[in-house]
Design a protein around this ligand. Structure first.
Ligand SMILES: Cc1cc2nc3c(=O)[nH]c(=O)nc-3n(C[C@H](O)[C@H](O)[C@H](O)COP(=O)(O)OP(=O)(O)OC[C@H]3O[C@@H](n4cnc5c(N)ncnc54)[C@H](O)[C@@H]3O)c2cc1C
Length: 677
């Protein structure tokens, strides 16, 4: 496998995380088989010891016998679940599934259940769908006078000669964009709303402004100054090597080796081992205590000092970013297919014409079109107050005083918000509640300003791309949409901040008070003037209106997206990818994915949650269809090891896919008392 990003390398990564966890559990379950024989009903006759293709069990370990999953309606005694009213053609008509949250993860869950003819309803706290697909349209503005407050750009894989998206990290999003229900017969099919996103400017020179020095970056052969790096305490040889090359030198070896693991029998090759040896490091700690520059950088063979690390962080990311996990940097590089000035992977940056909310609008419209009452399936202004186990289901109560019992619940509520919901009777185990508590979310703010004209284009020729600075606004994003229209966008993302920078600017946004709004406006305009080297008064004259958003203080997200600290991801990913005690509460949402902080992460987690629901409810007959309609995933689904026999039996046991195995492992640990609910 080459280093071209064409495989879903993050999928393989996730599989390794899960299989490594199984190896840990395996050590704790030596007496599993003996104990299971004493379990009531024995969970059907013991299965053949399972074997998975590519199973990562280390040499010398024998695969355990795992219990079958306890299904809906079973009391673990192997009886078939009762037939429910409405049963037809051999299928149980499943009672309603409750989907919590109508962001892209919740809407995608609904599309999947709809395609399988499974009843559901969505409870959404706000008065709109889309969640972090949130496009703010300036009311009196023109067609393109909007900005994406949340997700805005997508590194989609390229298409093949048949117009199908190739493999890659964002493939599932590409396939959703192509989904027939969002395209066929529509005046404007969803796929036609996809336009180019100019991650780097299409024309003109964007700016870098650091330590009061300004540089306009030419499209070709940029040669920026060092922005007074010596005064930041950085030695000249590091300045000569450059931030981009040092950042790439740290991350690329990991990324390259992880890519090289893909396709190995186990996928747990040198890349995985190397990453795990360093998983406890933050990026800063790794640079301070472990990293030795490569010879070709011509730097001293020693770790980096704090001044050099601070300098790298300032120019490479945002303040405090390097305190997060080293592993996060590597995974992000693999998703972006980019590290410093090095790019790899066949991706194309795209966005939605009309803003990212277009995607949510299409999904919502289709879902509403499937019933006579457009509000029946998506119930807005329904803020979840508590989730608890009930007889044959999960009860969900909302702040308006109503309560409903669902056969199963798939929650896509952002995990920080789950901490504000009463889960005391939801049947979570200690690792699950711990994961909810300690998950690190990344703060982020955006400030959109509508101006009278597109001054960045008329004055500097800038179309698309971004400018960077150490001033409080940190990143300025120029619109990629409407750039060839008669009414180009006059809206600039005047500030896009993360981590500590977002926390500071956010303090001016979150109170909602007019006095701080004024302060924010002046600060942002002054920063823009400095970055672009133009008079502040010109920008005051150009100013029309401002809209700012602080995701950290949004009670419906509790942060912008998952941004893990060292070692965080493993615990969260292994504990929240299995259901609660009665196997009827399933966790989804962006954070529970190797592609967290991306829309595709929300989609992947929703796919896994639906698969998990089908397994938990014993609807094995629907799983092949589910795979056919919604694809599989290298993390959770693998081909059966044994081909079907001539009489057509065998060959496909959904519980032998990794997700089924994972659920059986955790269930086995529950039976032996290693996991307690
Ligand atoms: C600033 C920013 C920039 C981003 N940039 C990109 C990008 O460029 N590309 C990309 O791919 N991704 C990006 N992302 C990430 C992407 O937006 C998310 O990963 C994705 O939208 C998350 O979808 P979700 O369904 O998991 O969560 P959400 O969209 O947050 O949906 C969760 C829903 O749950 C609802 N809810 C919350 N509490 C309750 C409750 N108590 N009861 C009922 N409902 C509740 C919320 O209102 C919300 O509608 C960005 C995110 C942010 C914030």
């Amino acid at each position: 496998m080459g280093f071209d990003g064409s495989e879903d390398v993050l999928g393989y990564w996730g599989r390794n995380v899960v299989e490594d966890y199984h190896n840990t559990l395996l050590k704790k379950l030596p007496s599993l088989t003996a104990q299971l024989s004493g379990v009531k009903g024995g969970n059907k006759p013991p299965q053949q010891p399972f074997r998975l293709l590519g199973s990562n069990l280390r040499v010398g370990q024998s695969p355990p016998q795992l219990p079958r999953l306890p299904y809906d309606g079973h009391d673990h005694d192997g009886q078939a679940p009762p037939q429910l009213p409405g049963h037809r053609s051999g299928r149980r008509a499943a009672p309603k599934v409750g989907i919590l949250g109508a962001g892209v993860g919740g809407l995608y869950t609904a599309l999947m259940l709809d395609s399988l003819d499974i009843k559901y309803e969505i409870l959404e706290a706000s008065d709109r769908t889309g969640g972090r697909l949130f496009t703010h349209k300036f009311e009196d503005g023109g067609k393109y006078d909007y900005y994406d407050v949340g997700a805005m750009r997508y590194p989609l894989p390229k298409k093949d000669e048949n117009g199908k998206y190739k493999s890659g990290v964002m493939k599932r999003l590409g396939e959703l964009i192509e989904y027939s229900k969002l395209n066929d017969g529509l005046a404007v099919p969803l796929r036609d709303t996809i336009i180019d996103y100019y991650y780097q400017a299409r024309t003109g020179g964007t700016f870098k402004y650091f330590n009061s020095e300004r540089y306009q970056v030419p499209l070709e052969n940029p040669d920026p100054p060092n922005f007074r790096a010596r005064e930041m305490g950085v030695e000249s040889e590091y300045i000569t090597a450059g931030v981009d090359n040092i950042a790439a030198d740290i991350v690329i070896p990991f990324a390259r080796m992880i890519m090289e693991d893909v396709g190995l029998d186990t996928n747990m090759g040198k890349g995985w081992d190397l990453m795990m040896q360093n998983d406890a490091y933050s990026l800063r700690a790794y640079m301070s205590f472990k990293y030795i520059p490569s010879v070709d950088l011509k730097l001293p063979p020693s770790h980096l000092n704090t001044n050099t690390i601070n300098w790298c962080e300032t120019f490479d990311k945002s303040t405090g970013w390097y305190d997060r996990a080293l592993t996060e940097q590597v995974l992000e590089a693999l998703a972006f297919a980019r590290v410093g000035s090095s790019t790899f992977g066949e991706i194309e940056w795209k966005c939605f014409d009309g803003g990212s909310h277009v995607l949510a609008d299409y999904m919502t419209k289709y879902i509403r079109s499937t019933t006579e009452d457009p509000n029946a399936l998506i119930r807005t202004n329904k803020s979840v107050k508590s989730i608890s186990q009930a007889t044959n289901g999960m009860e969900v109560s909302t702040w308006d005083g109503s309560a409903t019992t669902y056969s199963h619940v798939i929650s896509t509520i952002p995990l920080p918000c789950m901490r504000t919901i009463d889960l005391s009777a939801a049947g979570l185990n200690v690792m699950q509640t711990t994961a909810l508590r300690k998950l690190q979310y990344g703060p982020s703010v955006k400030v959109g300003i509508r101006f009278k004209t597109t001054w960045w284009t008329t004055r500097f020729g800038i179309v698309g791309g971004q400018s960077f600075t150490d001033l409080p606004v940190r990143t300025v994003v120029y619109p990629s949409y409407g750039v060839d229209s008669d009414t180009p966008s006059t809206v600039l993302i005047a500030s896009y901040c993360w981590t500590n920078d977002a926390e500071r600017l956010g303090s001016l946004i979150s109170t909602g008070k007019e006095e701080y709004n004024e302060q924010l406006k002046e600060l942002v305009l002054r920063n823009l003037a400095d970055v672009h080297g133009m008079p502040y008064s010109d920008l005051v004259d150009e100013f029309v209106e401002m809209h700012a958003w602080d995701w950290n203080h949004d009670p419906l997200t509790g942060g912008a997206f998952a941004f893990f600290g060292p070692g965080d991801f493993q615990d969260l990913y292994t504990s929240l990818t299995a259901p609660n005690a009665n196997k009827r509460l399933h966790f989804a949402g962006e954070a529970i994915s190797t592609r967290h902080a991306w829309v595709v992460g929300a989609l992947d987690s929703a796919w896994r949650a639906v698969f998990e629901y089908l397994l938990s409810s014993g609807q094995h007959d629907r799983i092949e269809e589910f795979f056919r309609l919604w694809g599989t995933n290298v993390e959770w689904a693998q081909l059966p090891t044994e081909p079907p026999t001539e009489d057509g039996s065998g060959g496909f046991d959904p519980e032998d896919h990794l997700l089924g195995v994972h659920m059986r492992y955790t269930y086995a640990a529950e039976l032996t008392g290693d996991i307690k609910f």
